[in-house]
Design a protein around this ligand. Structure first.
Ligand code: K2U
Ligand code: ZN
Length: 169
């Protein structure tokens, strides 16, 4: 079993760092993406951003397949087109355990990115894949989905998680 990485927990300040573009798609990046996929599957996630494992480079991994066998390694993603219409979806986050709430996102996005071989790809994403990619790309600019919620809800979540963190110690 590949080693899994530690996932930062909200409200850790490092979750708000802005990731830098990946300079070279090399073995280091390929090994990191494999460790991130192992971490994501182990945590029953369908996406994970490098920011969440305290690596501040523009790399996300995603697998929204039923069979959990269609991993995507998405490097230096850019949204080149987003639909006018939006969809409201229930979101969670591996960095904010136990919290789920509705967030409105573009229904469809076209994402240009490099793959694990450094090849330029364009991904046309709809439904859960579109939600997940937009959620992960937020992580790369230091944004956590609870920031879309009301200040009241966000403060309740912060208090609850800080209490949980103290108990876990
Ligand atoms: O922490 C993360 O970024 C992983 C996220 C990815 C995600 C967020 C919202 C909606 C879809 C995917 C999740 O924790 S993965 C677990 C999950 C799966 C489906 C719906 C909600 C949460
Ligand atoms: Zn998340």
């Amino acid at each position: 079993m590949l080693s899994t990485l530690e996932i930062l927990r909200y409200p850790d300040a490092r979750l708000h760092k802005v990731a830098k573009p990946v300079e070279v798609v090399d073995e280091r990046i390929r090994d990191l993406s494999q460790a991130m996929l192992a971490t994501m599957y182990d945590a029953n996630g369908i996406g994970l951003a490098a920011t969440q494992v305290d690596v501040h480079e523009r790399l996300i991994v995603v697998d929204v397949s039923e069979e959990r066998n269609e991993p995507l390694v998405i490097i230096n993603p850019t949204i080149v087109w987003a639909s006018e219409d939006t969809q409201m979806a229930e979101e969670g986050c591996l960095s904010v355990p136990g919290v789920y709430d509705g967030v409105e996102r573009a229904s469809e996005v076209h994402v240009q990115h490099l793959d694990a071989q450094g090849q330029l790809q364009t991904l046309q994403a709809t439904d859960l894949l579109a939600v997940c990619i937009q959620h992960e790309m937020d992580h790369l600019v230091g944004k956590v989905f609870v920031e879309y919620l009301s200040p009241l809800k966000r403060n309740r979540i912060k208090t609850k998680l800080q209490k949980q963190l103290r108990e876990d110690r």
